[in-house]
Ligand binder design. Structure first.
Ligand code: SF4
Ligand code: SF4
Length: 145
């Protein structure tokens, strides 16, 4: 699917931007426990599409065909396994951008740039754009666009 390929390209761009920021992460997974950490993760619809398309064919995470099994309980990301991200290759822009020790101004700017790219992608493919909390996306969002 072409739109998914472009989501992947946006992630590549994002990863290169982040690399140049030289920020440190201990991959402790604490920020994926949203309430305990006081963190919110918002994602865009093209990312959700990309995630669901890839996660069902991946052997990284046991999941049923439509991904519905992975609803959020207690506001902890269901892909957090033993303190690590079990969906690392397909994780969302917000997961890639957030660093607890980074300059929040730089993070916000990068986040805005990424969102703009996802919006443009939706315009290009006439795909519905939404920016929603991960819990809403996984628990309620109907992906059968
Ligand atoms: S997808 Fe991975 S990195 Fe993102 S919140 Fe879930 S466990 Fe954390
Ligand atoms: S950003 Fe901070 S809290 Fe999140 S995994 Fe990295 S070190 Fe842990």
């Amino acid at each position: 699917m072409k739109i998914c390929k472009q989501v992947s390209q946006i992630y590549d761009w994002l990863d290169s931007q982040i690399k140049s920021m030289n920020v440190e992460c201990q991959t402790c997974g604490k920020c994926c426990n949203f309430d305990a950490f006081g963190h919110k993760l918002f994602i865009t619809t093209p990312e959700l599409l990309y995630f669901k398309k890839n996660i069902v064919i991946s052997s990284e995470v046991p999941i049923n065909r439509d991904g519905a099994e992975k609803s959020i309980q207690k506001n902890i990301c269901p892909y957090l396994k033993d303190g690590k991200c079990a969906a690392r290759n397909f994780r969302f822009a917000g997961c890639r951008i957030f660093f607890c020790k980074a300059d929040s101004e730089k993070i916000n700017k990068l986040s805005e740039q990424a969102i703009e790219k996802f919006k443009t992608l939706c315009d290009e493919y006439n795909f519905p754009y939404r920016y929603v909390n991960l819990a809403t996306a996984l628990n309620k969002f109907d992906l059968s666009f």
